[in-house]
Design a binder for this molecule. Sequence first.
Ligand code: GDP
Ligand code: MG
Length: 597
Amino acid sequence: DPIPNIRNFSIVAHIDHGKSTLADRLIQSTGGLSEREMTEQVLDSMDIEKERGITIKAQTVRLTYPAKDGKTYILNLMDTPGHVDFAYEVSRSLAACEGSLLVVDASQGVEAQTLANVYHALDANHEIVPVLNKIDLPAAEPDRVKEQIEEVIGLDASNAVMISAKTGIGIPDVLEAIVTRLPPPKGDINAPLKALLVDSWYDAYLGVVVLVRIFDGTLKKDQRVRMVGTDAVYQVDRIGTFTPKMVSADVLGPGEVGFLTASIKEVADTRVGDTITDERRGTTDPLPGFKPAQPVVFCGLFPVDAAQFDDLRNAMGKLRLNDASFSYEMESSAALGFGFRCGFLGLLHLEIIQERLSREFDLDLIATAPSVVYTIKMRDGSEVSLHNPADLPDVMQIEEIHEPWIRATILTPDEYLGGILKLCQDRRGTQIDLNYVGKRAMVVYDLPLNEVVFDFYDRLKSISKGYASFDYAITDMRAGDLVKMQILVNEEPVDALSMLVHRGRAESRGRAMCEKLKELIPNHLFKIPIQAAIGGKVIARETISALRKDVTAKCYGGDVSRKRKLLDKQKEGKKRMRQFGKVEIPQEAFIAALKME
Ligand code: GDP
Ligand code: MG
């Protein structure tokens, strides 16, 4: 049965088109928070999110809205993570709603993430209300953007709501549109409890907090519930809603969105997408099976100062408490010492974790080159999943190496198109489509993720002066002509620098790497060969010449204090060196060699 007084909706948008500003306006205009409590952008709770303007964890707000029809409605706004790395979380948040507001910046128009996000909403069978934001800007072209929405997405935009989330124009129209144009949820209050686990996070006071959407039945305090996927049973301590403050409730019914706590120890015990039901009277019809988060990008993280290893381990434990999709295990590298091999949902996720480790935990880290997960098909018919190029099995035993491919959608102003096509082509891309969306070109490419993980996004931004937008999804695994390239310093392989590369790109990559290392490794008292090799065959080589004079000779023997200073400086420099056989390699050399392209 429909529950007529509830509307559950999300806001989908490209980054910076005004999702958070609109959310704040809706909260403010329905009185969810007092003026004083209305800190800027309530929905973006973590600092890093605020700075980068992205939302990582789904949040929700329950608004009470007295509509023009004289009835009072409950509006549940589900905020969704704003990035492709969190696609599964996005799909679960959307599964908890019946409709979406599609926010498009009227001065920018449709962008890559506008498309990606609206397709997710359409996949979730949402009713969609187009909203044109920033109409206060002189550059706004609402008519052109309406046309774009109709042409590119195929949505009727004639009734698009025109707003300025910044000045408040059109906000009452948005609220009315939510009530009149989005469908109410449906559910059976007498059926066994069936709720979707939308999200969960760790709270220092409450333990794990679980965000749920009730489909059928009721959720009550003290009820014993079962997680269908993990088969774990918990007794509910507390339930309630977010206004956005946490407010306790006695019962949540069909169509409602709220939280529960139940003395759950770790976020990892709560799987996003799982079905929650009654322990004894379980639903016979759980929600479509959930997907455990699969890390797709791996890299090694090592403390610059070996003494920080325990601090790093503790910090990772704390991050993992709140982020079950981040994984780590101990790794040791001859070059970098003890550290961890870490798995991430994607590049942005990697960057966020790295940044939190250095910012919140004050750790100085070296990250090895990000690597994708390869599937190695062995001659004996077995399969190995490879997270670290250094662990590649003996090539004689390998039949084929399979690598993940993505389908990337890029929107760009016309003048940068040439450079972007060349970039995609250089990265082994296959063009799938090239179209125009208004004045912007839309290119679709299939690319190996291996060629994207490193600096593709940075290159794209620099080629397009920041104007191109990019979105991708992993599509499949394909066999690739990949080889392991090793870097040898003074005839010894340096494990942290080995990588899998496409055979056709190995030589240029190897040469560039050797040249870079030659610049970065200081002269020693002996000659140091630097080589790039594939399976014992050297494909590039540089030599660092031997040092002739003692450095202190420069001081002409006279000035003792100056001599001392110079020696101290050398000592200081040593701390940031890694001894490798007889050779000392500065920390910066690793970072620079890995960053290079
Ligand atoms: P989000 O990334 O979609 O959450 O976007 P935000 O809500 O953070 O907004 C991005 C930027 O656009 C911020 O600087 C906002 O102040 C600005 N902004 C949002 N809405 C409007 C609007 O209606 N008019 C103008 N001029 N600026 C806006
Ligand atoms: Mg935002």
